[in-house]
Ligand binder design. Structure first.
Ligand code: ATP
Length: 298
């Protein structure tokens, strides 16, 4: 059984198609990244997954439960950390988490709440009113709230937007541990470095469509995603190599290397133009470069 199934999910707001029939699955145990530029439809997809908004057409399952037909079971199977900070200012952190447990019919959840608080660095804030917390602390509570019912699937919608380095580290250590314990993690983020370090599968959405879904290693090892940096004498790139130019930097040229075999052709081209090579570096592109490439190509 897959952790999540999106089957031809479409969402229209009036005439606007925010999701144009998106289909893919997320497997149990995945640490899954959902990437895409602003407005791609990530939050719309997550709201539909959470049962907070109804797709115009299509079907979503969480741990085998249909989000529409088996709303309660599907809702129990997932913990969602929303992008926005939503909280009642008059409750303390512990009260907030206890009420959330009650919402799922859980009593005597104190030990787990204590463990979550400790893991998110919130223990000494347990009795503080929500309104008195800093933005970063409130965000930690949003994460805690999503975890109170020990959901097998945890969805984090840009959890680290605007939070400090310390929280990111605390948060990721904890989420990694949950993933190692078997929880499925779905993450949307604009910090591609985070997705690159943490996730094993990466989906890219653009204008409501899925344009790529691959294992991270496959995505990262794509030949097209290599870069070559050269310093040459004279410092003039032969015209035949101009189409490969990514940018000029540090008195050298960064070129796109579609395939390692292209390296030979480039060196031959330099030799044929009597250009001397002064320095050379071949690097793997990071996820950010691949992302920008794919977004502009499709
Ligand atoms: N309630 C709504 N009414 C009308 N349009 C909406 C509504 N909700 C979302 N949209 C539109 O749908 C598109 C997708 O929005 P969504 O929030 O899902 O994008 P996103 O990928 O999460 O972007 P971001 O990275 O900025 O969070 C956007 O163009 C947005 O303006």
């Amino acid at each position: 059984m897959s952790a999540i199934v999106f089957d031809s999910v479409a969402k229209q707001f009036g005439d606007f198609h925010a999701l144009k029939g998106v289909s893919f699955t997320i497997e149990q145990g995945d640490f899954f990244a959902l990437l895409g530029p602003n407005g791609a439809g990530k939050t719309t997809l997550i709201s539909a997954l959470a049962g907070l908004s109804r797709p115009t057409s299509g079907r979503i399952e969480v741990m085998g439960f249909d989000v529409q037909k088996n709303y309660r079971e599907a809702r129990r199977a997932v913990g969602i950390v929303p992008q926005e900070l939503v909280f009642d200012p008059f409750f303390t952190v512990r009260e907030t988490l206890t009420f959330q447990s009650g919402y799922f019919g859980l009593r005597n959840n104190g030990d787990w709440i204590d463990e979550i608080l400790a893991n998110l660095g919130l223990t000494d804030k347990a009795d503080t009113n929500m309104r008195a917390l800093s933005g970063g602390m409130k965000r930690r509570v949003m994460v805690a709230q999503a975890l109170v019912h020990r959901p097998p699937v945890i969805v984090l919608d840009e959890p680290t937007a605007g939070v400090d380095v310390e929280l990111r580290k605390t948060l990721w250590d904890f989420i990694r541990r949950l993933n190692n314990d078997g929880h499925t993690i779905v993450l949307t983020t604009h910090y591609l470095e985070e997705a690159e370090t943490l996730c094993n599968r990466i989906a890219m959405l653009k204008k409501g469509e899925l344009i790529s879904l691959e294992n991270k290693d496959t995505l990262m090892s794509r030949g097209a995603a290599r870069e070559l940096f050269i310093k040459i004498q004279p410092a003039q790139l032969p015209a035949s190599l101009a189409p490969l130019l990514i940018c000029e930097r540090d008195h050298g040229f960064e070129l796109k290397l579609a395939d390692c075999k292209d390296l030979e052709a480039i060196l031959t081209e330099l030799r044929n133009n009597s250009v001397q090579l002064r320095d050379i570096e071949v690097g793997k592109a990071d996820l950010e470069t691949i992302f920008v490439d794919m977004m502009s190509a499709s």
